[in-house]
Design a protein around this ligand. Structure first.
Ligand SMILES: [Zn+2]
Length: 460
């Protein structure tokens, strides 16, 4: 997917937050990238002998290197339906938006995904997932359209083949216009894995399996999806414990709380991650920790919908793997990962006090935590010898950070830090706050037209 990486890139003189197991940091350090992987990271400037071998030498003065951010929950298509249902809770927001989403197709989704992924790259993201679960009959290959968007921008991509089969006529929340038959959804899920899933260590594209939520999916789809995922070594994802309305739905329809419901269906394990988990019980946290079941924490979306504040400090303390997620752009209204770090820090402290979450814990969730959630911790998530060169280089000596002695504090506590360079597998994707492979103006024009077309189709 990527153009060939320059054979040797040296970044010398930057601060480095490695996010390795020892949380090693260097006030002045260097990184050497060769063939798409990190071959050297350490204190002080790079050895002068690299000068002869370097195809590119980056002066890191005033910059902070971190691992590229990993976004663990998203709905890219929602980029073109921002601004709707501004004062609704989750269920009201969904029922307002389902009819609009019923109008999506390949063309609108590709425009939405490319613009959204461009925005994500500009905020330091090198790997993102996407949870796509709306497949209108006349919509064409909308999952393929998101993959095309990722190729346009150059990000590492873990899309999921989502699904919904529990419409209003069967007691579910979504209208029939946006649900599929169970067997159709399962067959398409298996086909998506066969077509796209690349499990190799350097993989740019992996497919996960993702029935949407307890109130939009039947038990048969949940268990069938798990069988397919586990037969093919793909990961499993769904929304869980997002709101108290969801809990009430599960108690009424299944006689179980959400965490008990998914345990009954075999949906726990190190290959499973849940989005949100705002309302877990104490037993849920213990069962997630014991089974290695992971969580995508989405503080902005939870705040926008008034869903609540997830007990992230408690989950981390219990040993639950937690990553950060922006969630879909229609409940985030932006989708910048750097902003999500900021929000994660603040909401955790609103819930648990000033010592309940540190800047380093947030940075770890956004990088190594996310890599673990998506099963890429062997190759991604930290700046270490041998890992893939997915690196963000932030300017922290500008007006936003010049008086802050701790560059990690400047990045997480402070306002946006300019992104000087973003590498995915050693390949530049962002240079000096500009996308390398796409023009942000063109992306915005196409997504704006798609948004207008969708509103017109929905009679809005
Ligand atoms: Zn979501």
């Amino acid at each position: 997917m990527c153009a060939a990486a320059p054979s040797v890139t040296v970044i010398s003189g930057c601060a480095i937050a490695t996010v390795d197991a020892q949380a090693s940091e260097y006030p002045t350090g260097h990184l050497v990238v060769e063939g798409g992987r990190i071959v050297e990271v350490g204190a002080g400037p790079a050895h002068p002998s690299w000068r002869e071998r370097a195809d590119r030498w980056v002066d890191g003065t005033g910059l902070l290197a971190t691992p590229g951010f990993v976004n663990t929950h998203h709905h890219l298509y929602q980029w073109i339906t921002r601004g709707y249902a501004q004062d609704e809770t989750l269920f009201g927001w969904l029922t307002s938006l389902y009819p609009v989403w019923a109008g999506i197709d390949e063309e609108t989704v590709e425009a939405a995904a490319a613009a959204n992924l461009g925005w994500m790259a500009l905020s330091g993201t090198t790997l993102t997932t996407d949870h796509h679960y709306v497949f209108p009959q006349a919509g064409g290959d909308v999952l393929g359209a998101t993959i095309e968007g990722a190729r346009t921008i150059g990000l590492r991509f873990h899309p999921t083949r989502g699904s919904m089969d529990l419409g209003t006529s069967s007691g579910g929340l979504p209208p029939e216009s946006v649900v599929q038959k169970t067997d159709v959804a399962l067959a398409a899920t298996e086909a998506a894995i066969a077509r796209w899933h690349d499990p190799s260590p350097d993989s740019m594209l992996q497919i996960a399996v993702a029935p949407c939520s307890p109130f939009s999916v039947t038990k048969d789809l949940m268990t069938g999806a798990a069988e397919i995922a586990r037969a093919h070594g793909a990961r499993m994802h769904t929304h869980l414990c997002e709101t108290l309305d969801e809990e009430a739905f599960c108690l009424e329809k299944y006689g179980r709380k959400p965490g008990e419901y998914v345990e009954d269906l075999g949906w726990l394990g190190p290959d499973v991650w849940f989005a949100h988990v705002v309302w877990p019980t104490t037993e849920d946290i213990a069962r997630f920790a014991a089974t290695g079941t992971a969580v995508a924490h989405c503080p902005t979306s939870n705040a926008r919908l008034g869903s609540g504040i997830a007990p992230v400090a408690d989950m981390l303390a219990a040993g639950v793997p937690v990553g950060l997620g922006v969630d879909g752009s229609a409940s985030n209204e932006s989708g910048r990962m750097d902003e999500e770090l900021h929000q994660a820090l603040l909401v955790a402290r609103l819930r648990g006090g000033s010592t309940s979450m540190s800047a380093r814990q947030v940075l770890a969730m956004a990088t190594m935590g996310g890599a673990r959630v998506l099963g890429r911790q062997q190759d991604l998530g930290s700046l270490e010898d041998g890992k893939l060169a997915d690196i963000a280089l932030w300017r922290v000596d500008g007006v936003s950070g010049v008086d802050i002695t701790d560059p990690v504090c400047a990045l997480v506590f402070g306002t946006r830090s300019p992104l000087e360079l973003l590498l995915v597998g050693g390949v530049p994707i962002v240079e000096h706050e500009q996308l390398v492979r796409a023009d942000i103006g063109d992306l915005a024009a196409r997504s704006g037209a798609a948004s207008a077309m969708l509103a017109k189709r929905a009679g809005r």
